[in-house]
Design a protein around this ligand. Structure first.
Ligand SMILES: [Mg+2]
Length: 132
């Protein structure tokens, strides 16, 4: 078995078809990994409309886990309540939509932080409903 370290030690390539992620990655790197996966295994991106439907489906799966784990709904035998996996499914589809529409989510998230900070920097601090 041979190992090659690439990209600042974040990935180890075991073979041309097997890469193991062993560290942290930026959102931009995650988008690139999703893009590479789609091109290698997914043939092509689903259409934007299909991915919007898939995103809605995955958000529903997050809701299903939350309803059972934190809400009043009970689980059935065999229920798979893996919140982390369902959130990752949501993130995956969001990255697909970003990739196929030319959006850099690192840059978009930076702008979003700036927007929220300028708009809401006192709004929540001053919200009496949030004080215990
Ligand atoms: Mg899912």
């Amino acid at each position: 078995m041979w190992w090659n370290e690439i990209l600042l030690g974040y990935y180890f390539v075991l073979s041309p078809t097997c890469t193991i992620f062993v560290g942290t990655m930026t959102i931009q790197e995650a988008q690139a990994r999703v893009d590479a996966w789609i091109k290698q295994y997914g043939v092509r991106y689903f259409s934007e409309l299909t991915n919007m439907a898939v995103l809605t489906e995955e958000v529903g799966e997050v809701a299903r886990v939350i309803a059972r784990r934190y809400g009043d709904q009970s689980s059935k035998p065999g229920d798979d309540l893996d919140l982390a996996d369902e959130l990752a499914d949501v993130l995956w589809v969001v990255m697909c939509l970003a990739n196929q529409t030319g959006i850099d989510l690192d840059e978009a998230l930076e702008r979003n932080f700036a927007k929220k900070t300028s708009r809401d920097s006192h709004r929540h601090l001053d919200n009496e409903k949030l004080k215990y």
